[in-house]
Ligand binder design. Structure first.
Ligand code: ADP
Ligand code: ADP
Length: 226
């Protein structure tokens, strides 16, 4: 089970700025939840706290019943996909996807099997020997997703993964990510400022504004302020 629970979560940055206030949220196992809101409303901060990349200054976050801060970063059953892809430029696609598994001392044959399987799912098998700079934006995004998939985490965190892609590719990748969610049977928390993305992908939408969760509901019951 990989529920994600936020209890009275807040973030005060060292300069005193309160980016997130009293956030309460329950993400069910295998649910696809979208955090939606304008730039600067605290979505990324929230996601980074869930990922353990940002200190939680108020309240508690639990994943699968465990308080995140009690679990070593490398033992967290979680993988994050970043907007800028964050690929290592000097490594091949294969090495980028294998890197996290190598760090965790996964046996080589298993790494090879997992990387190839993820590459097959994402349709990037023919790109494994390339470097990131030899890839299109959409291909880079698939590699970034592949690097998350190989770890086989129960929770995926996506931070505006499609916002650097052109409109046509964005539509295609939305459908791909949605299908992927169905295949992986994983919990997904997905950050975007794009209403259409939220409407088409989410089981549940969480609307944030000025660091506060304003509404939580299914795509047909939340109300978007223009
Ligand atoms: P979003 O992802 O919704 O665009 P963020 O979570 O990135 O929003 O940022 C929320 C707010 O916190 C913004 O006003 C931003 O300027 C502020 N912020 C982000 N990082 C820091 C930081 N390290 N110190 C102070 N304020 C920050
Ligand atoms: P190292 O340099 O430590 O051997 P690499 O990550 O470069 O680590 O490669 C590890 C293994 O992964 C290689 O021995 C090979 O079996 C496999 N491998 C690397 N690149 C590819 C690829 N493009 N396709 C299939 N297998 C690969």
């Amino acid at each position: 089970m990989a529920e994600v629970i936020l209890e009275k979560v807040g973030k005060t940055y060292p300069n005193g700025f309160k980016a997130v206030l009293d956030a309460n949220l329950k993400v069910d196992d295998k649910e696809f939840v979208v955090l939606l809101g304008p730039s600067g409303c605290g979505k990324t901060t929230t996601l980074r706290m869930i990922a353990g990349l940002e200190e939680i200054t108020e309240g508690t976050i639990k994943i699968g019943g465990k308080v995140v801060n009690d679990v070593e970063p490398k033992d967290r059953d979680i993988a994050m996909v970043f907007q800028n892809y964050a690929l290592y430029p000097h490594m091949t696609v294969y090495e980028n996807m294998a890197f996290g598994l190598k760090l965790r001392k996964t046996p080589k044959p298993e790494i090879e099997q997992r990387v190839k399987e993820a590459a097959r799912i994402l349709g990037i098998e023919q790109l494994l020997d390339r470097k990131p700079k030899q890839l299109s934006g959409g291909q880079r995004q698939r590699v970034a997703v592949g690097r998350a998939i190989v770890r086989n985490p129960k929770v995926f965190l996506f931070d505006e993964p499609l916002s650097n892609l052109d409109a046509k590719l964005r539509v295609q990748m939305r459908a791909e990510l949605k299908r992927l969610h169905q295949n992986l049977q994983a919990t997904i928390i997905y950050v975007t400022h794009d209403q259409v993305e939220a409407m088409t992908m989410a089981d549940k939408i969480v609307i944030m504004k000025d660091g506060i969760i304003q509404q939580i509901g299914d795509p047909y019951s939340v109300y978007f302020e223009p």
